[in-house]
Design a protein around this ligand. Structure first.
Ligand SMILES: [Zn+2]
Length: 166
């Protein structure tokens, strides 16, 4: 147990963060985690611009490292992250709609390229859309056999078109 120099509460030693000392050693901070957090927040609020700039510079100088950390974190927590996103989407349908709309507006070229690729590769996604067109079918309910049939028909049409062009 140890007494925090800031809030004067007695807390277990793990409640005091480890920090790097100038001589390369490690020591525990005098304030508890809660106080350090509060202090950090206060400092941030008083020095917002300075903090943001420092953060920007850090991120710029450590881009690869941060990317790697993020990737590692993602793979370790993939299921949890996806679940959280889904839950958030369900609770924010209007916002999701808005975000999707904005994203689409700013990424027209990306969308066009992706769509073209889907057509060329004859993705299930594209074929389902073709099948659902002009019907009230839900693309999730279309059976795989039907998708395969449509794909065959598409190949036929494309081959015919190519033969005409030769
Ligand atoms: Zn404290």
């Amino acid at each position: 147990m140890r007494i925090c120099k800031k809030c004067s509460e007695e807390k277990p030693i793990e409640e005091f963060r480890l920090a790097k000392a100038g001589n390369g050693g490690i020591y525990r901070l005098f304030g508890c985690k809660k106080c350090a957090c509060l202090q950090q927040r206060k400092y941030y609020q008083l020095n917002k611009e300075k903090c943001l700039l420092a953060d920007k510079i850090y991120r710029k100088n450590n881009m690869d490292r941060i990317k790697q950390q993020k990737r590692k974190y993602y793979f370790r927590n993939k299921e949890k992250i996806i679940k959280n996103i889904r839950r958030w989407e369900l609770n924010n349908t209007e916002r999701v709609k808005d975000l999707k709309y904005k994203w689409a507006k700013n990424n027209k070229n990306k969308i066009l390229t992706r769509a073209k690729e889907a057509v060329e590769r004859m993705d299930d996604y594209y074929i389902k859309r073709l099948l659902a067109m002009g019907t009230n079918w839900k693309s999730a309910n279309i059976p795989q056999e039907m998708i395969e049939l449509q794909r065959c028909s598409l190949i036929l049409t494309r081959t015919k078109r190519e033969m005409k062009n030769v």
